[in-house]
Design a protein around this ligand. Structure first.
Ligand SMILES: [Zn+2]
Ligand SMILES: [Zn+2]
Ligand SMILES: [Zn+2]
Length: 214
């Protein structure tokens, strides 16, 4: 079964900051400007189709880095690699894995990875996609943006110097001393809401041949 490692990010169309895509997400939250970005299904089908098409030209264990100018400005690392443990580099045998397992534990170090079947919308567009490892299917990072910080942070009101207690639930904090509304600076806000990191994930394809192109 053909298999590939993927690491990819797009530039946010609103603020130009890189936004990682750690799975075939139909929507992604930009942690920098807090906008929600729709990712078309065809974007994923086109990208994974071209990854699959290029695989036979890649020596096992090698990959390509590219920058793609399409729906988004996208950086893509795609490699001809079997799923492996990202912690200890032990290779997994794709034949011992299937999407109904839910997870796969590394036989050497025990680290567990999620294994997920390709969503139906994707297999309808690209029936060659079988399953993913270490990919999450939905970006949930935007949903907990109103989650409060574990420990309150103290920030000084720029107008009166009063101590503001920040819990991360809102970016606009009223100062109880001088009543001004204080908009929290980027570095503080990002400390309370860390931006998601780029993850490597794997896609395993079935052996259905790709249709010939004219
Ligand atoms: Zn943005
Ligand atoms: Zn391991
Ligand atoms: Zn104040």
């Amino acid at each position: 079964m053909p298999h590939a490692i993927i690491e990819t990010a797009i530039s946010c169309p609103h603020c130009d900051e890189p936004v990682p895509l750690n799975g075939p997400w139909e929507a992604v939250h930009c942690d920098h400007c807090q906008s929600d970005i729709d990712v078309p299904r065809e974007f994923w089908a086109d990208m994974l189709r071209s990854v699959l098409k290029d695989l036979p030209e890649l020596e096992p264990g090698t990959g390509n880095n590219s920058t793609i100018f399409g729906t988004f400005r996208q950086t893509l690392l795609a490699g001809n690699l079997v799923p492996y443990c990202l912690a200890c580099k032990t290779d997994f045998d794709p034949a011992t894995m299937n999407p109904t397992m839910g997870s796969k534990a590394c036989p050497k170090c025990g680290k567990s990875y999620i294994v997920t079947a390709a969503p139906e919308w994707l297999t309808e567009l690209l029936p060659q996609v079988e399953y993913f490892m270490n990919a999450v299917l939905i970006d949930t990072s935007g949903e907990d943006s109103d989650k409060t910080a574990d420990r309150p942070v103290v920030f000084t009101c720029p107008q009166c110097g009063g101590a503001l207690k920040i819990d991360g639930s809102t970016r606009m904090v009223p100062c109880k001393f001088c009543n001004v509304d204080v908009y929290l600076p980027d570095d503080l806000w990002l400390r309370l809401h860390p931006a998601k990191k780029k993850e490597r994930w794997f896609v395993v394809f079935n052996d259905t041949p790709l249709p010939e192109e004219d």
